[in-house]
Design a protein around this ligand. Structure first.
Ligand code: LER
Ligand code: MN
Length: 269
């Protein structure tokens, strides 16, 4: 398993669970200094970061791009795959397709978290799940064309009313017979929704494509009360070789959260 640390370049996401903020070169340097394998990037949009500059920063620091978050489509533009109007849904799809085109040359998958939206009013849950399924189906084809992966992330009940658990995520993806969509297991959301985190990971098996490495309180691993030993054991058992990516609050500050994460990673993995 490999280590990654998050960086947000989205001012509207301030207060959110990202370790580093605003300064991409500084975050890359810090990631290298602490020994992370990669950064996970949360950019404002597909054109916000110059690919050549990003390539230079990654190469200079000997790190990879673990994944690219697409949530700016929601926090900045209020786009979602389950919006009541078709124009907004189409724009959401276009936004994420362009994110795939940005991320793919770096070998990075894109994350569908808050872009899944939530059902409300005239849009019932079955309709919303159909819209979401349609979007994931189309993104699966696009990801295939660009040789990358889409990571679909079940979120806790306070952030979506669609899919909360890995098992429900597996059911959604299995029904779509997609080839390039995997699940993102966010250990913070799972702490709220799952009965047993290790058993849920074992049951999800090959569907697990990425892990958000966070403690019970969404602080760095080791700053809360989640027991990570059975979780890491389960990930080993399913043959998971992807990233444990710190999507955590910069508590008490960015550097301390990053340091605690890499210390915990080294102890556990
Ligand atoms: C949001 O809570 C989250 O976990 C992100 O990874 C989704 O965009
Ligand atoms: Mn997450």
């Amino acid at each position: 398993m490999k280590s990654a640390v998050t960086i947000s370049l989205v001012p509207e996401a301030r207060g959110g669970p990202f370790v580093f903020w605003d300064d991409l070169p500084a975050a890359c340097r810090k990631a290298k200094e602490l020994g992370f394998d990669a950064i996970e990037l949360f950019p404002p949009g597909p054109d916000a970061v110059d690919p050549a500059e990003l390539r230079g920063l990654l190469d200079d620091n000997g790190i990879s791009l673990a994944a690219v978050g697409t949530g700016a489509g929601w926090v900045k533009h209020k786009l979602s795959f389950t919006a009541p109007d078709e124009t907004t849904r189409d724009k959401a799809l276009d936004f994420v397709k362009r994110m795939i085109e940005f991320a793919a040359p770096f070998g990075a998958p894109v994350i569908i978290g808050s872009m899944q939206g939530r059902f409300a009013d005239a849009i019932t849950k079955p309709i919303a799940l159909r819209y979401l399924g349609n979007a994931l189906f189309k993104l699966d084809l696009h990801a295939g064309d660009f040789e990358t992966t889409v990571l679909y992330e079940p979120l806790n009940r306070y952030e979506t009313n669609l899919v909360h658990t890995l098992a429900d995520g597996v059911a959604l993806l299995a029904g779509l017979t997609v080839q390039h969509v995997k699940l993102l297991a966010d250990l913070y959301h799972m702490n709220i929704e799952e009965v047993n985190l290790a058993e849920s990971l074992l049951a999800a098996g090959d569907y697990v494509g990425h892990v958000h490495f966070a403690d019970s309180n969404r602080r760095a691993v080791g700053m809360g009360h989640t027991d990570f030993v059975p979780i890491v054991k389960a990930l080993r058992e399913i043959g998971y070789e992807g990233y444990l990516s710190a999507e955590v609050l910069p508590f008490p500050d960015s550097d301390a959260a990053a340091l605690k994460t890499i210390e915990s990673f080294r102890t556990l993995v």
